[in-house]
Design a protein around this ligand. Structure first.
Ligand SMILES: *Cc1c(COP(=O)(O)O)cnc(C)c1O
Length: 367
């Protein structure tokens, strides 16, 4: 293959010297994990950047969600969607809760707020919804429903770092929001996660849950896990946070070029911008519906040219072998999600992606 390989994503890195400088004092202090100096600095910077007072750092995004759900001590049914990472559904089920799959809307592929109430029973305890691709759920409608029925609202905000709604950080909505800081996400700490909470008591409990449930040196109150972020990851976060706004701005250039090239092509559907939402350009999803090539054909054509796109989200979590048996009936209830999973391809998207790269990708799709 003549042309250089383009992957679906590429991790942003701070300068090598910048990172080395940031971790230098760890050789002196020998404090490598368990809420060390980097951890505290990073936490304070994130409170400021995300515009939320209460947050906890985690070893990864998944445990950030699973442990956060645990902190609410929920029982019964949770309304969620299948158009998400399996992590969302796993974190519900691994807490002994039953997922009830609601469909997504066909505008932004987040939970269809108009359908939530029909799934509410006397067993419903929470809504666990996913912000998708850097766009957001209808947070105000969800808040109103949750208030009316006394439900917790927990967001999988893995895609939504830096996103704001009406000028407010996305984590100011709901009872908790988890951001993934995996190497492939807009903002990363190599591996890592951040969960923001509305309630100080839940925050305090979560800070025990991430450390085996210890409440003092000799007392363990909760049967929990180890979900701590280490100091090298926090240091990477401190470095990457210095550059995040510039990185998002560079992503926007690539994003805008994609829209320019693919925005008015019959059979190719893009997601329209949401009102009042500052996006983070984390993904570039394209839906092939009635185009001359179907989604799988486009993916194959791109691969022939050394370009790697991803079917994301696919398959739906209610179609996974491990969930089908127990909850399979609900796939019939989620036709919009099913259609999206069949048509979607997320195209390469990262800060280093040039306009020339985007043109190379679009030329293949449009040829
Ligand atoms: C990446 C991702 C996760 C998992 O995050 P990790 O940091 O990889 O554990 C969960 N949900 C969604 C929607 C994701 O994209």
């Amino acid at each position: 293959m003549s042309q250089e390989r383009i992957n679906v994503t590429r991790s942003s890195m701070p300068g090598y010297e910048e990172y080395c400088e940031e971790i230098k004092d760890l050789w002196e202090s020998r404090w490598l994990s368990n809420a060390g100096a980097k951890h505290k600095i990073f936490e304070a910077q994130l409170q400021e950047y995300l515009g939320v007072p209460y947050l906890t750092l985690f070893a990864n995004g998944h445990v950030g969600l699973e442990v956060a759900i645990d902190a609410f001590d929920l029982k019964g049914e949770v309304i969620t969607t299948p158009y998400t990472h399996c992590s969302t559904t796993h974190s519900i089920v691994r807490n002994g809760l039953t997922p009830v799959f609601c469909d997504v809307n066909d505008r932004d592929f987040t939970i269809d707020a108009d359908q939530i109430e029909k799934y509410i029973t006397d067993k419903t305890c929470a809504i666990v919804a996913t912000h998708v691709y850097g766009g957001v759920c209808d947070v105000k409608a969800i808040e109103a429903i949750a208030k009316k029925h006394d439900l917790k609202v927990i967001y999988d905000a893995a895609h939504a770092f830096g996103v704001t709604v009406d000028g407010k950080g996305i984590a100011s909505y709901g009872d908790a929001s988890m951001f993934s800081c995996h190497a492939t996400k807009v903002f990363h700490t190599i591996e890592g996660g951040i969960t923001a909470f509305a309630d100080k008591e839940i925050l305090d409990k979560t800070n025990k849950l991430i450390n085996f449930g210890f409440v003092s040196h000799e007392e363990v109150k909760y049967i929990s896990t180890n979900a701590r972020m280490n100091e090298y990851e926090a240091a990477m976060g401190i470095c990457n946070l210095r550059h995040i706004d510039a990185e998002i701005a560079r992503r926007k250039v690539a994003y805008d070029r994609y829209v320019e090239r693919l925005g008015n092509v019959p059979g190719i559907k893009l997601i329209a911008p949401q009102k009042g939402v500052k996006h983070n350009y984390s993904y570039f999803p394209v839906f092939f519906d009635g185009y001359k090539y179907d989604r799988n054909q486009v993916q194959a054509l791109l691969e022939q040219e050394n370009i790697f796109a991803r079917k994301y989200f696919y398959p739906l979590t209610n179609e996974l072998e491990c969930y089908k048996e127990a909850y399979g009936a609900s796939v019939a209830n989620t036709p919009v999600a099913k259609k999206a999973a069949e048509c979607v391809l997320t195209l390469p998207m990262y800060a280093d992606l040039t306009v020339e790269d985007v043109d190379r990708i679009c030329d293949v799709i449009l040829k």
